[in-house]
Ligand binder design. Structure first.
Ligand code: ZN
Length: 622
């Protein structure tokens, strides 16, 4: 049995705090833990660096939560409970830890869940930390508002503008200590040219999607803070609706709000709290052009948008909250650019598409029909796993060999560890005797005793492990039996829980690529697929495999064979086209080709024309 751990959790956030802050926290906490009598061997440190305390999606923090859920944690210690979370989550976290039998220590604040009355202390401090965050937010907003009222920059100008220092001696001010020189906003000529171009295209009738792809194609830079390549239609739409381009500057229409998990979104502020300034000097777009663009947007909105009486209030919902995770989301990738494909809904139709294609960054414009892809992959995997393919057998036999090799090494290792355990027993007895004789006061002896006890626990854990491996060698399941279990599991996974469980467990990767015949624009999708053989095997055999086998060589280096699966097939014209071109070049007559292919003359001719790119009126001309 493995010993429970004492976890020191450290975090420092943003550039405001020093990078060595984690080391400082750890040192302070460790000193207190040693005073509480915890053994150094049981203490592990989990760190989250440069993460905000208002987010729970921190890697280390998630790991800690998982360990607690598995019952592996005896205590969690922090320097200050705001390291766990800055908003209202510390109490819930600590409560869950105590419920799971753990102890919580905040060494800097003197909180210890073994001492009664800790609940009130934690909650009071939580209120305090939460208020500190809100105070900071409020001060930032107040300062920005002051600068906007003074017609300065609050760092929130859109594409088409740039900031500049208001005072001519700004360089000298920057060099001095003290407040930074004030900044203003002005038109950026280059970007303003593109804003005008976007309006001109839109008013001339081009679609927003086309404009985005054209901007991407021309390599137009998106401005200072942009990090992702390419223009998204949403960005073009935002330009077309931003009243700042006609000199109407409204600031502070939204503010950042957070949910209990620390997720952020923008929400509208109550009316009257926004600040409006008219800035005719910052106008880029003429009123006439603006009005025509607004009219066209309204027409598009009436055709495609939300209708009267359906007005949505508040911020947009996050799609992840509305749609359940798609069966292939995160697995299916674009064969052209490698991006993960997104699931889209269009009326009753579901399809996966490359996000890069919408920006004009990727040529994979073919959509993957979701129902067909999920159905075909499920059927394919089911067939494959029921058939116990050769490579699956090879993988299983290799795994068994590795387990047997480990078992062969056991006797020698077990003997060495057993001897060491006896040694440690003797040492511990002697140290206890020494402590008793010396009045229990020697810290050096106490430290050596803790050390010896720690090592003994480790040796005993290994000894218990040998027993498992030893019996595994004897009890390795028969290959035919595992094969049968795999087939049963696949059938169960495919039918009972829907396709998702089978696809997610048994697919290692799936890439979609278009198959388009020469001269054509549309085609069908080909999926290139690899199977997560070990994942499927472990899931299928479940508890019947000894623990050592299940956890041993989790990821074999060989990714296994790649399979190809077509969601459609070429048409007769596409199939025959290369042969027709060859026959024509060899002088075979049209009549003969019609006879050989069984297609009519017109289809034969179109197939040939499309394939060769030739121009001509018809077979009569040839
Ligand atoms: Zn792509």
């Amino acid at each position: 049995m493995s010993r429970q751990k004492i976890v020191i959790y450290c975090r420092y956030s943003s550039d405001m705090q020093r990078a060595d802050s984690c080391a400082d926290q750890e040192r302070a906490v460790r000193a207190v833990l040693m005073r509480h009598g915890y053994a150094a061997d049981d203490i592990i440190v989990i760190k989250d660096e440069a993460e905000s305390g208002t987010k729970t999606a921190r890697e280390g923090f998630q790991l800690l939560r998982a360990m607690i859920a598995r019952g592996e944690v005896a205590a969690v210690a922090v320097d200050d409970q705001s390291r766990l979370a800055r908003d209202n989550n510390s109490f819930a976290f600590i409560q869950d830890l105590v419920f799971a039998g753990g102890r919580f220590l905040s060494t800097g604040e003197g909180i210890d869940t073994d001492v009664s009355g800790w609940e009130l202390k934690v909650q009071v401090l939580q209120l305090h930390h939460g208020q500190t965050v809100r105070d900071l937010q409020h001060r930032v907003r107040r300062g920005q508002e002051g600068r906007v009222r003074a017609d300065g920059s609050a760092g929130d100008f859109p594409y088409g503008y740039e900031s500049f220092y208001l005072d001519p001696d700004w360089a000298a001010q920057l060099a001095r200590r003290g407040p930074k020189p004030k900044k203003g906003v002005r038109v950026c000529e280059v970007e303003a040219g593109w804003v005008l171009q976007v309006f001109a295209w839109f008013v001339a009738g081009y679609s927003i999607g086309w404009i985005a792809r054209e901007l991407t194609r021309l390599g137009v830079p998106k401005g200072g803070r942009a990090t992702t390549p390419g223009w998204h239609p949403q960005q073009v739409h935002r330009i077309l609706t931003n009243a700042k381009y006609v000199g109407h500057w409204v600031w502070g229409m939204t503010t950042t709000v957070r949910d209990s998990g620390g997720r952020k979104k923008q929400a509208a502020v109550p009316r009257g709290q926004e600040v409006t300034r008219d800035r005719p000097d910052l106008r880029i777009v003429e009123q006439g052009v603006w009005d025509r663009a607004a009219t066209r947007l309204a027409e598009l909105g009436a055709t495609f948008g939300t209708k009267d009486g359906q007005k949505r209030r508040g911020p947009k919902p996050n799609p992840a909250d509305i749609y359940p995770r798609s069966p292939l989301g995160g697995i299916l990738t674009c064969g052209a650019c490698g991006a993960k494909l997104w699931l889209h809904h269009s009326n009753a139709r579901r399809y996966y598409a490359c996000p890069g294609a919408k920006k004009g960054l990727c040529g994979m414009t073919t959509q993957v029909p979701a129902d067909r892809a999920e159905g075909a992959l499920t059927a394919y995997l089911l067939d494959l796993l029921r058939g116990w393919p050769d490579w699956m057998g090879v993988l299983f036999r290799l795994t068994c060999d590795a387990v047997r090799a480990a078992a062969d090494r056991v006797p020698a290792e077990r003997e060495r560890d057993a001897r060491r355990a006896d040694d440690l027993d003797r040492q511990i007895r002697n140290l206890v005797d020494a402590l008793a004789a010396g009045g229990l006061s020697s810290p050096a002896v106490a430290a050596r005793l803790r050390e010896a006890e720690g090592e003994k626990a480790e040796v005993e854990r290994r000894l218990a492990g040998y027993a498992a491996v030893g019996s595994a060698a004897v009890a390795l399941p028969d290959e035919a039996w595992v094969a049968a279990r795999l087939g049963e599991w696949a059938a169960r996974a495919a039918s009972a829980a829907g396709p998702e469980s089978l696809l997610r467990l048994a697919l290692a990767s799936a890439a979609a690529e278009p198959v388009i015949a020469a001269g054509k624009k549309r085609g069908f999708v080909r999926l290139r697929v690899r199977v997560n053989a070990w994942g499927a095997l472990a899931a299928a055999a479940g508890d019947s495999l000894p623990a050592t086998v299940r956890h041993a060589p989790a990821a074999p280096a060989d990714p296994g064979p790649e399979f190809s699966l077509d969601l459609g097939e070429p048409t007769a014209m596409d199939r025959w086209a290369p042969a027709i071109a060859e026959w024509r070049a060899a002088g075979v007559t049209w009549e003969e080709i019609v006879r050989r292919t069984g297609m009519d003359l017109n289809r034969v001719f179109v197939a040939w024309k499309r394939y060769t790119g030739a121009s001509g009126d018809g077979p009569q001309a040839a």
